[in-house]
Each structure stands twice: as structure tokens, then as C-alpha cells.
Design a protein around this ligand. Structure first.
Ligand code: SF4
Length: 532
């Protein structure tokens, strides 16, 4: 099946739009292509041989944006013989064959249920010199059994379920991603172990509704059990999850969070609206008192918990009184952060055809009031941490101004963004001699799994993936600063991998994939992500 010259591996680029599901799917697309012999195109350099658009159908203008981008690529393709363009993701699942009718220079269209087919479809399109459109109505193979090229050395996504059994009227997910499919706990834990074996310190369990995990195999307490099982994995320092659903949230999950040392005390629980009438119109079957009740229990079990949320303002029919209910819940819940959205019609959703769509200026004005209210709360909540010691997992790309300010950035255990001074140690990439930092053995915040006060050492500069303890000196609505000398710095295997430019891979289990160009990549050294 190989048609390309073995000496010149074909290069690829993946362009990702939309949510975390898509970001993680793009890691799988990269892993699949690399297993099939493609290599990632350099950021600056020649045009890639294959460009994959992983699309999102959530935004109103998603189609215009996609076709605009495809239009820009047409002349590039014309001057680059053999270039292929593939379109996948939610918009491909929705528009299907329309994509090649509107943009006949597209080579492959694949859906959300058959990501694994991409290398075969590319090869077939090249061989037949004709577009391949393949969309499946339901999941072909659970995506996490696909090989994955991870973007981060220190944090990884692990899908526990895909699809959703709810029918929120603003959401396109059920139509495009289908009914919930749960992955077996043993498979999830194998993938988590494989990541930890590669040095990953933090795992985020991913599902549209993690609280309904287990519905497929008849265990409504499966999610809490999964959290506890993650607590038994040596070397796993932080466990997060997204997104829970207030309707299905059970007390055992709160107990598992509180009693499992490596589960972070952070909870991102979408509110969407504080008005019960609007929640009803959204077809979200909890009410504001239930939502606040969950928060109360979480805070009773974990007083240090940081709670974040999503809120939609200006849903069809929302009155000023409804909006005031949302502000009331925001004030009562004391969020540490909130993603706020102005409602916009999402084609294909029930809400898009509802009467009483609100005028833009009404939505805008409420949105501004909501942001002001949220920021007042988040700022006050952040100020409570002034003078506190935080454990920071050093990240890449979290601090836009880091280069100018000489800081590095990362996330505290509760998910807060922290920009910190690196002190005498300096950061990788900063000039200056590596050296010891801070007070070796200084008592910091308790680390995961009972590690107290990570050891400061003469080990050198701070790298992404390392762990730092530092003291908060300034609080802003969306971040914390820590401008003193770090109290401790622990070098980690994730930091070593970041410094060496290695990224973790989980191999998946695919047989009989065609390979092109370069020989297939050697299997990644992991204990393996088990097959179903
Ligand atoms: S719970 Fe609602 S918003 Fe979330 S994915 Fe399911 S249908 Fe969409």
C-alpha cells in the first residue's frame, strides 16, 4: 500500500477547533498519523503534505470559518502536488458529503465515530485520486484505544466516556457524538498507568458527563470507585475530571474526592443558569437549590475546594428576573472562576428555533454585568490565598507575559493559575547559572500522596513538569502571583522529558494500518493501554 518515497516521510499538521474533547481527539489523530509513518510538520517550514481540520460545530459561524480556511488552503494545495486535506470532528459529522460538494479540493471527510479510519481514508483517496467521505452513525472503536501523541509531558487527558444521554436544548453534542459509551474501568486505569509510567504527574478524566459514568455497565457508583482506584496508582500526583453534571452528582463522589489524597480539590461544575425556569427551558433537570446543595456538601468535605463553572447568559426567554437568579447563585456559590458565554444559536439544536431570542444588546449588557459580578467574587476568593503556600505544577504556555516578567507559570493543586518568580534557580531558557534554590527541605504545602515539602536541591533550573512550592504575594481576579524566592523545587521525570523534548505516547491497539513514507514508529515504551 505504500506509495510515497520511503526516504521522504510525509508531513502532517492538525488544526484544532473547539473543546477539550477535540483537543484530545487531535492528540489521537497525531498519534495515528505518526504510527502510520507521517511526521509532524515543523511550525515554520514547507507546507505540510497533509492538513487535518478537527472541527467544532458549536459556534454559530463554525461553517463560515471552516470554508474560509479551506478556501485559503486551495492555492496552497494547487502549488503543492500530492497535498491532502482532511476534515473531521463535529462539523464533518454534521455536514458530511456537503463538505466535498462545497470544497471539492478536500480529500477526506471523517466523523467523530471513526477517527481510527483516517490513515486508511487518506491512503485510499491518494490511490483512487478521489475524495473519501466516511461517517459512522455510532462509535466504531473506543477512541482511547487509538495511538495517541500527547502534547504535554506532565499532564494527560484520559477519556472515560464519549457521547451524552442528556438533551440540553442548546447543545449539539448528543446529535453529533451520540449516546454515552463508557469505557471499562480496567482500560481507563491501564491508560492512566501507562501515562504515569512515561512520567505524567497529572491526569484529567474526561467525559461529557462523568457523573453518569457506569450507566452502560450498570454501576451508578462507578465514577467514585474510579477516583479511589486512581488513588492507588504510585507516581500519580494529581487527578482531575471534567465535566460533572449536577443532575447525576452523588455524595459518594464527594467522599471519594475528599478521601483520595491525589484527587485535587477542584470542581468544574457547569451551572448554565441560576433560574429554574431557564434551566427547565434548557432541559437541564436540576434546579438551583440542588446545585447549591452540592456545593455546600463539597465545601463541608473540602473547605479548600476551588469551584468553577460555565454560565450561559441570554438564553431564549431569559427575563431580567431570571438573570438576577443567576447573579444570586454566583454570589452564593463563590466561584473561583467562571467561563461565561453569551447565548448564540447553534444550528441543529432545539434552542436555535425557540421563540423569544433576545436582542444582542440585552445579552451584551447582561453579560457585562455578569462578568463584573463574577470578577468581584473571584478576586475576593483569590485574595484569601495571600500569604499561603501553594504547590505549582510548572506548565508550558500558561503565562503570556512570562518572558517579559521573568516568571514561570503553572497550576496550583486547586487549579488556580500561578505566575511565580523563579528566584536564583532560573527557568529553562533563562540565562544564568543553574543553582540551588530556596530552602532545601522547606516545609511547603502537602504534596500528593503524603509527600511533604518537596525537596529543594542543587538540581538546577526549573523546567515545565517540575513541582515548585511558593508563597502567594498578589491576587488578581484570574490569577495569583508569587514573587518571592520559591520555597522548594522538585525535579520530576516529566521535567526531564520536557527538557529532552520528549512527549508521552500511548500506543493503542490497531492492526493492519497502512503505513506510508517512513517506517512505522517503534512502539512506545509503556506498559500498554489495554485493548478492550
Ligand atoms: S450534559 Fe447537556 S450540555 Fe453537556 S454534553 Fe450532554 S447535552 Fe451537552
Amino acid at each position: 500500500m505504500t506509495t510515497a518515497a520511503a526516504s521522504s516521510p510525509r508531513t502532517y499538521q492538525v488544526r484544532t477547533y473547539g473543546c477539550q474533547m477535540n483537543v484530545h481527539d487531535s492528540e489521537r489523530i497525531s498519534g495515528l498519523l505518526e504510527q502510520a509513518g507521517y511526521v509532524r510538520a515543523a511550525d515554520s517550514g514547507d507546507d505540510p503534505d497533509v492538513v487535518v481540520f478537527n472541527t467544532c460545530a458549536v459556534r454559530e459561524n463554525a461553517d463560515n470559518r471552516l470554508y474560509g480556511n479551506l478556501g485559503h488552503l486551495r492555492p496552497v494545495k494547487d502549488r503543492h502536488p500530492g497535498m491532502q486535506i482532511a476534515v473531521g470532528g463535529c462539523l464533518a459529522q454534521k455536514d458530511r458529503g456537503d463538505i466535498v460538494r462545497k470544497a471539492p479540493w478536500v480529500d477526506v471527510v471523517f466523523g467523530t465515530h471513526n477517527i481510527g479510519a483516517l490513515p486508511v481514508l487518506l491512503e485510499r483517496a491518494r490511490h483512487n485520486a478521489a475524495a473519501e467521505v466516511e461517517i459512522l452513525e455510532s462509535l466504531d472503536i473506543f477512541p482511547s484505544t487509538l495511538p495517541t501523541r500527547r502534547e504535554s509531558t506532565y499532564a494527560g487527558w484520559v477519556s472515560i466516556s464519549v457521547g451524552c444521554n442528556n438533551t440540553c436544548t442548546f447543545c449539539i453534542v448528543p446529535a453529533l457524538r451520540g449516546k454515552e459509551k463508557d469505557r471499562r474501568p480496567g482500560d481507563v486505569l491501564s491508560e492512566v498507568r501507562a501515562l504515569v509510567d512515561e512520567g505524567v504527574l497529572e491526569v484529567t478524566l474526561l467525559g461529557q458527563n462523568v457523573n453518569s459514568y457506569g450507566v452502560e455497565f450498570g454501576d451508578r457508583y462507578a465514577f467514585g470507585k474510579l477516583l479511589r482506584a486512581c488513588g492507588d496508582i504510585d507516581g500519580l500526583e494529581r487527578v482531575r475530571f471534567t465535566s460533572p453534571h449536577p443532575k447525576d452528582f452523588t455524595d459518594d463522589v464527594i467522599a471519594a474526592m475528599a478521601e483520595t489524597p491525589n484527587v485535587c480539590h477542584s470542581l468544574h461544575m457547569p451551572l448554565q443558569s441560576g433560574s429554574d425556569d431557564v434551566l427547565r427551558a434548557m432541559r437541564r433537570s436540576y434546579r438551583s437549590d440542588r446545585y447549591l446543595g452540592i456545593i455546600e456538601k463539597v465545601r463541608a468535605a473540602m473547605p479548600d475546594a476551588a469551584i468553577t463553572t460555565d454560565i450561559i447568559v441570554g438564553f431564549p426567554g431569559e427575563t431580567e428576573a431570571d438573570f438576577q437568579r443567576t447573579l444570586d447563585v454566583v454570589r452564593a456559590a463563590r466561584f473561583s472562576s467562571a467561563f461565561t458565554f453569551q447565548y448564540s444559536k447553534r444550528p441543529g439544536t432545539p434552542a436555535a428555533t425557540m421563540a423569544d431570542q433576545l436582542p444582542k444588546q440585552v445579552v451584551q449588557e447582561r453579560y457585562e454585568r455578569l462578568i463584573a459580578c463574577v470578577e468581584e467574587i473571584t478576586w475576593a476568593e483569590n485574595k484569601r490565598l495571600l500569604g499561603e503556600t501553594v504547590e505549582v505544577l510548572v506548565a508550558v504556555g500558561e503565562g503570556r507575559k512570562d518572558e517579559r516578567t521573568g516568571r514561570m507559570s503553572g497550576r496550583a493543586r486547586d487549579g488556580r493559575l500561578v505566575h511565580f518568580a523563579t528566584g536564583a534557580a532560573g527557568a529553562i531558557g533563562q540565562l544564568g547559572a543553574p543553582g540551588a534554590i530556596g530552602q532545601p527541605g522547606a516545609p511547603g504545602a502537602a504534596g500528593a500522596a503524603g509527600q511533604l515539602g518537596a525537596v529543594g536541591s542543587a538540581a538546577g533550573r526549573i523546567r515545565p513538569g517540575d513541582i515548585v512550592h511558593t508563597t502567594v504575594t498578589y491576587a488578581a481576579p484570574h490569577h495569583l502571583n508569587a514573587d518571592g524566592e520559591p520555597l522548594s523545587h522538585r525535579r520530576t521525570r516529566a521535567g526531564d522529558a520536557a527538557e529532552a523534548g520528549r512527549s508521552p505516547r500511548t500506543p493503542g491497539v490497531l492492526l493492519g494500518l497502512p503505513t506510508i513514507g517512513a517506517p512505522a514508529a517503534a512502539p512506545a515504551p509503556t506498559t500498554g493501554c489495554a485493548a478492550h
